[in-house]
Design a binder for this molecule. Structure first.
Ligand code: 13P
Length: 250
């Protein structure tokens, strides 16, 4: 429904000195891609990533940002800093940041608003834990995450946001959601967006699936009507594994 976007999330992997060559490898391996191809890298790799991606079809993203413009926030990175480097995308509210770095629905909302204000494309992550899935509250929990993430954001701005559905139990576990499970939640997310905005707007959102997506399962997931792309962790670290996922998105 939305534009197809395949984004790699390198997490805390790869060195600045490896970045230029690796982005060039991804560029070659994904030549002729029929979707948007994004590599989200650690902060310290971004300038090399942007340098390598310049003039190519690859877009570069960060994995986080701070919601303030500037100031006494030791160790943090602002939207202006990312824009100044030439970064286009930013991941917001990844479950690892929610779990280990005190990210909340409120900071996700503030970061999403700031990214939009500065012209960065936010990739907002939502997803349930195994306990929540087993308790049958997946959609209730995700509805809260989505409503809070989009609080105070107009329909016009909201449509620029990419949503990544990442069930926590499928991240880095090799345990992918089945295509039907992923589709069910992505469809539910679109219904929530239709309620918050409008039916027509909801169709324009890119909704990605993330969680052990790989060259074996990507085609089946991406064939589902409400899955418009992927947010790829482990498989984005090897060009030969990332490229088939990109090729499956058309
Ligand atoms: P894996 O693809 O390694 O499961 O990670 C998914 C993810 O968290 C992407 O943001």
């Amino acid at each position: 429904m939305g534009k197809y976007i395949i984004a790699g999330n390198w997490k805390m992997n790869k060195l600045p000195s490896e970045t230029y060559d690796y982005i060039k490898e991804v560029e070659k391996a994904t030549m002729g891609a029929e979707c948007e191809v994004v590599c989200c890298t650690p902060y310290v790799c971004l300038s090399e990533a942007v340098r390598a991606a310049k003039g190519t079809h690859i877009k570069i993203g960060a994995e986080n940002l701070h919601f303030k413009d500037s100031g006494a926030y030791t160790g943090e990175v602002s939207a202006d800093m990312l824009c100044d480097l030439g970064v286009d995308y930013v991941i917001i509210g990844h479950s690892e940041r929610r779990e280990y770095f005190a990210e909340t629905d409120e900071t996700v909302n503030a970061k999403t608003i700031k990214a939009l204000e500065k012209g960065l494309i936010p990739i907002v992550c939502v997803g349930e834990s195994l306990e929540q899935r087993q308790a049958g509250i997946t959609m209730d929990f995700i509805a809260i995450q989505i409503k809070k993430a989009f609080a105070g954001i107009s329909a016009e701005d909201a449509k620029k946001v990419v949503i990544a559905y990442e069930p926590i139990w499928a991240i880095g576990t090799g345990k992918t959601a089945t295509a039907d499970q992923a589709e069910e939640v992505c469809k539910g997310i679109r219904e929530i967006l239709a309620g918050l905005y409008c039916e027509k707007c909801a169709k324009e959102f890119t909704i990605q699936y993330g969680g052990s997506m790989n060259d074996q399962n990507a085609a089946e997931l991406l064939a589902k009507p409400n899955i418009d792309g992927g947010l790829i962790g482990g498989a984005s670290l090897v060009a030969a594994k990332f490229a088939p996922i990109v090729a499956a998105a058309k």
